[in-house]
Design a protein around this ligand. Structure first.
Ligand SMILES: Cc1ncc(COP(=O)(O)O)c(C=O)c1O
Length: 443
C-alpha cells in the first residue's frame, strides 16, 4: 500500500526503476529531449501490470473501460471475506454487525470522497448504468408528464441515453440533444438555445467523454440548466476516477459513477442525489431491506439510503470500493488529473507525428486521459489486434457511443486511455506499435 511519502516521491521523480524496464523498450530512451513520465502510483502496487502478453510486457491502455486494481483493494476484499463476511443489516450476531459496520463505513468513505453532505445521499448500486436507470425510473415516473422535455448531449455513453429514451417513451416526453462541435466539444450556444426553447425538466450530461476525453464545462452547464428550472444529472463514470469531485461545489442534483473504473471491483457503483430529491422519489426495486413494514395490503419504505437498496448488496465489493477511495485519496485527485494531462499532452504530440493517424477530440488542456484515433483505413478492430501482439491493450469499436460515432462520421475508433499507473514509456510502446502497423499495411 502506498503511503503519503511514497506517493509524493512517485510524483516527483522523473524516472523510477518501475518505469526503467519499459523505458528501455522505447527508441526514444536515448533522446535526452524526450520527457519521461513515471507512473504516479508505484507500478508494483498493481500485480497484473507485471504480466506479459504475447511475449511482450503488458502496456495496459484500456483503463477507461475498467481500471486495474491495486493489491490494497484486492487484499482489503480478501481480508474482509476471510474474517468478517456475513449478510448485513439483518443478523443480531457479532459477525453480521461487523460486516454491516464495514459496509456502512465504505459508504461514508465514498460519500466523503465526492464531498456529499451526508452518507444518506449515497446509494450503492451495481454501476453507473444502474445509477442512471434508478433516476430515469423513479424520478422520471414521479415527475415527467406527457410533452415534457429531457436534454442530453450527442457525446453521451449509451447508459446516459437509453434509460432516458425509455423513460420518455413511458410517459410521452421528448428527448433533445446538445450537438457536438467539429472539435469534439459541446456547442454551448446550441445548449442555451435548447434550454430556452424546450425548458427541459432534466439535463443529463457526462463529466468527461469516454470516446474523446472531452471535459465538459459542468459549472456553466449546471448554472444554465438551473436557471430554466431543470435538474442536472452528471454521468461521473469518467469523472470520479480521474478528477477531484465535489458534488456540493458542482451544484449538480444527481451524480452517478462506477467502482470498477476507479481502482475498485466491478459489481459496485454509486448514485449520489440531493436528500430532498431522493426523499421524494418512489423506490426503485422492491424487496428485502428497502422496506419499513410489509403487510399483505402493501408496504412502507425504509429511510435513505436503504430505500433504494433492495436485496443483499455487493458487500465485499463495497469494502473494495472503500479501499480504492483510500488509495486514490492518498495519491491526491489533483495529482491524478495532472499526471493524466501530462501523459495526454505527451501522447498527442507523439501520435500526431504518425502519418495517416487521425486523432479525435479537443486539445490536451480540455480533455482527460483518453485518446481515440484511426489509422488510415485500417479497421479499428484489426488495429487493436495488431497492437495486442505487441502487448498493448486498447479498446476498439463504437465505445457504447453510437450517436457520437455517427456525428464523427466514423464506424469505429481505437482508444488508448491512461490512469495512475500509466507511464510515458507505454505511450512510446503504443506509438512504436502503430508505426509497425503502418508498415504491415504499407500505409
Ligand atoms: C461516460 C460513461 N458513462 C457510463 C458508463 C457505463 O459504466 P458502467 O458500465 O460501469 O455502468 C461508461 C462506461 O464505459 C462511461 O464511460
Amino acid at each position: 500500500m502506498l503511503d503519503a511519502t511514497e506517493a509524493t516521491h512517485a510524483a516527483q521523480v522523473t524516472d523510477t526503476s518501475d518505469t526503467a524496464a519499459t523505458t528501455a523498450r522505447s527508441d526514444r530512451a536515448d533522446d535526452a529531449s524526450a520527457p519521461t513520465i513515471a507512473s504516479l502510483a508505484p507500478r508494483a502496487d498493481f500485480p497484473i501490470l507485471a504480466r506479459e502478453i504475447n511475449g511482450k510486457p503488458l502496456a495496459f491502455l484500456d483503463s477507461a473501460a475498467s481500471a486495474q486494481k491495486p493489491a490494497a483493494v484486492l487484499d482489503a476484499m480478501n481480508h474482509f471475506a476471510r474474517t468478517s463476511y456475513a449478510n448485513i443489516h439483518r443478523g443480531a450476531y457479532t459477525l453480521s454487525e461487523e460486516a454491516t459496520r464495514a459496509y456502512e463505513r465504505a459508504r461514508k468513505n465514498v460519500a466523503k470522497f465526492i464531498n456529499a453532505r451526508s452518507a444518506r445521499e449515497l446509494i450503492f448500486t451495481r454501476n453507473t448504468t444502474e445509477s442512471i436507470n434508478l433516476v430515469a425510473r423513479t424520478w422520471a415516473e414521479a415527475n415527467l408528464r406527457p410533452g415534457d422535455a429531457l436534454l442530453l448531449t450527442e457525446m453521451e455513453h449509451h447508459s446516459n441515453i437509453v434509460p432516458w429514451q425509455l423513460a420518455a417513451q413511458r410517459v410521452g416526453a421528448e428527448v433533445f440533444y446538445t450537438p457536438v462541435t467539429d472539435e469534439g466539444e459541446l456547442d454551448l450556444a446550441a445548449y442555451e438555445a435548447l434550454l430556452e426553447r424546450h425548458t427541459p425538466k432534466l439535463v443529463a450530461v457526462t463529466q468527461m467523454s469516454n470516446v474523446l476525453g472531452t471535459l465538459t464545462p459542468l459549472p456553466e452547464l449546471i448554472a444554465k440548466a438551473h436557471a430554466v428550472g431543470a435538474l442536472v444529472l452528471v454521468d461521473g463514470a469518467q469523472g470520479a476516477p480521474h478528477l477531484p469531485v465535489d458534488v456540493r461545489a458542482l451544484d449538480c442534483d444527481f451524480y452517478a459513477f462506477s467502482g470498477h473504473k476507479m481502482l475498485g471491483p466491478s459489481g459496485i457503483g454509486a448514485l449520489w442525489g440531493r436528500a430532498e430529491l431522493l426523499e421524494a422519489m418512489p423506490p426503485f426495486m422492491g424487496g428485502g431491506d428497502m422496506i419499513r413494514e410489509v403487510t399483505l395490503a402493501g408496504a412502507t419504505w425504509n429511510d435513505l439510503p436503504w430505500k433504494f437498496e433492495a436485496g443483499t448488496p455487493a458487500i465485499v465489493e463495497a469494502v473494495g470500493l472503500g479501499a480504492a477511495v483510500d488509495y486514490l485519496r492518498q495519491l491526491g485527485m489533483e495529482r491524478v488529473h495532472a499526471h493524466e494531462q501530462a501523459l495526454t499532452t505527451y501522447a498527442l504530440e507523439r501520435l500526431r507525428a504518425i502519418p495517416g493517424l487521425t486523432i479525435y477530440g479537443p486539445p490536451a488542456e480540455r480533455r482527460g486521459g483518453v485518446i481515440s484515433f484511426t489509422l488510415g483505413d485500417i479497421h479499428a478492430h484489426d488495429l487493436a489486434t495488431l497492437l495486442d501482439r505487441e502487448g498493448v491493450a486498447v479498446r476498439a469499436g463504437h465505445h457504447c457511443a453510437q450517436p457520437l460515432m455517427e456525428r464523427l462520421q466514423v464506424a469505429a475508433t481505437a482508444r488508448a486511455s491512461f490512469y495512475v499507473y500509466t507511464t510515458s514509456a507505454e505511450v512510446d510502446t503504443l506509438a512504436e506499435a502503430l508505426e509497425r502497423a503502418r508498415a504491415i499495411f504499407a500505409l
